[in-house]
Design a protein around this ligand. Structure first.
Ligand SMILES: C[S@@+](CC[C@H](N)C(=O)[O-])C[C@H]1O[C@@H](n2cnc3c(N)ncnc32)[C@H](O)[C@@H]1O
Length: 424
């Protein structure tokens, strides 16, 4: 079979822009296996992720076109992805586990270099913070410094065991998160906060019903670490449409639009949050209302829970608008694009699950003061977006990351920071 010819045709019709560079397309598919926490990745997940990463509309996945002399209809997109799977297999990087389910081979996994359990290496530092290559459970156990805030986004819940010891089920996942956070909670200052960004879009196997691991995780954080829930902040972003199976195909679900950030504290009576640090500009309508002496109605709404008093409500000037607890921030940003370009130029894998800088910045401003003693921690550093946000806001920071290649990629964002020193 003439792979080259078939591949070119698929490229022309699949609409995957970045696939004109053959190597990038291969890396994209390889990265899906490297970053997926399940280890063994079903093909439908690979198709969805590939479409998402390549910016291809999800409908394209199952769009059929006549192919070959017989004109039999096939999905060009799926054929293209499978062709790359075969190429990666031929390169010894991918292996088939069962029909429709593949995983990285041992050689493939070496593309991400995982720190040994007993290794914790200072990777780079600035005047304000340190980044450590190592497992967070190990790193934060040896840190004995008061922490004001932890903003972190742990890996997703695993459905299928990975052979190097990732959590296998909900219970193991929750234990892993608690084990990772425990040393940080022990060092949390009174009224300090933990912000945990987790995915709400984990489904029961073969079912459109969502897993309730988030609820179990919250209860475990309360029962076992003594944390109290301040809010389930909603981070609304421009997530690509999904879940493809249940929203686009079976039509029983709505498209996803948000993730939660669970905000917890060890002591709500002295919590260090202050919304005056994150006030927004008033709208023109609101400013007009103030200028005209406030609302001129006497009215009661919501069974008396909310009342308007003529000339009194909205009559006073205030420094700004208190943000609502739905935070709208795009998941893509210039900063991410810059780091992705840098990683590619260095031959490093592109991190597929980074947090937008603006989200980390908002949380840090809301939940820490600007005192020199404030320390921001992130155990699951990735490309160190929490650390970068802390650096830009002048807060001290500490962050760990398990994979050397992500540490190297993330370090690129700090090269211009005062006092930058790298051991990599
Ligand atoms: C969702 S990503 C975090 C992304 C990060 N917030 C950012 O914006 O770049 C989770 C990260 O945790 C790392 N990780 C997984 N297990 C870890 C562990 N035990 N210790 C430290 N990092 C770990 C993964 O390699 C991955 O980069």
């Amino acid at each position: 079979m003439n792979h080259k010819k078939q591949n070119k045709k698929a490229m022309d019709t699949s609409g995957i822009e970045i696939e004109c560079v053959e190597l990038d397309a291969l890396k994209l598919i390889a990265n899906i296996y490297a970053l997926d926490q399940r280890g063994v990745v079903p093909n439908n997940v690979v198709y969805e992720s590939a479409a998402k990463l390549a910016g291809v509309p999800v409908e394209q996945i199952n769009h059929l076109e006549p192919i070959g002399v017989a004109g039999t209809k096939h999905s060009v997109f799926k054929r293209k992805v499978r062709w790359h799977q075969q190429t990666l297999k031929n390169m010894g990087l991918l292996e088939r586990v069962e029909r429709g389910a593949w995983r990285l081979s041992e050689k493939g996994r070496k593309h991400l270099t995982k720190a040994e359990p007993n290794v914790a290496m200072l990777a780079f530092s600035t005047n304000l913070g340190i980044a450590i290559w190592g497992a967070c459970e190990r790193v934060f156990k040896s840190i004995n410094e008061p922490i004001t805030l932890c903003v972190t986004s742990p890996p997703y819940l695993l459905r299928t065991p990975r052979d190097y010891g990732n959590p296998k089920n909900e219970r193991e996942y929750i234990d892993f998160i608690l084990r990772s956070l425990e040393p940080i909670v022990c060092n949390l200052v009174p009224g300090g906060s933990i912000c945990l960004n987790v995915s709400n879009d984990i489904f029961e196997r073969g079912s459109p019903a969502r897993s309730m691991y988030c609820e179990r995780l919250l209860l475990a954080l309360h029962d076992r670490l003594g944390l109290q829930l301040m809010d389930r902040l909603v981070w609304e972003s421009n997530k690509p449409p999904g879940p493809a199976q249940w929203a686009s195909k079976n039509r029983v679900q709505l498209n996803v639009a948000y993730e939660h950030v669970y905000w917890m504290t060890n002591d709500p009576s002295c919590v260090r949050s202050d919304n005056r640090r994150v006030l927004l500009e008033h709208t023109k309508e609101h400013l007009r209302l103030i200028k005209n002496g406030g609302d001129q109605r006497n009215a009661s709404f919501c069974d008396g829970a909310y009342t308007l008093r003529a000339g009194k409500s909205f009559a006073n000037e205030t420094p700004g608008k208190i943000p609502r607890n739905i935070i709208k921030i795009s998941s893509t940003c210039a900063d991410k694009r810059y780091l992705a370009g840098l990683a590619k130029s260095l031959g490093l894998p592109v991190h597929g699950a980074t947090m937008p800088l603006a989200l980390a910045k908002f949380l840090i401003q809301f939940l820490t003061g600007d005192g020199e003693d404030e320390l921001v921690a992130d155990p699951f550093g990735g490309w160190f977006r929490t650390a970068r946000a802390a650096e830009e806001l002048g807060r001290r920071w500490i962050s760990s990351e398990l994979m050397m290649e992500y540490v190297m990629g993330g370090a690129g964002g700090f090269r211009a920071s005062p006092g930058f020193v790298s051991a990599l």
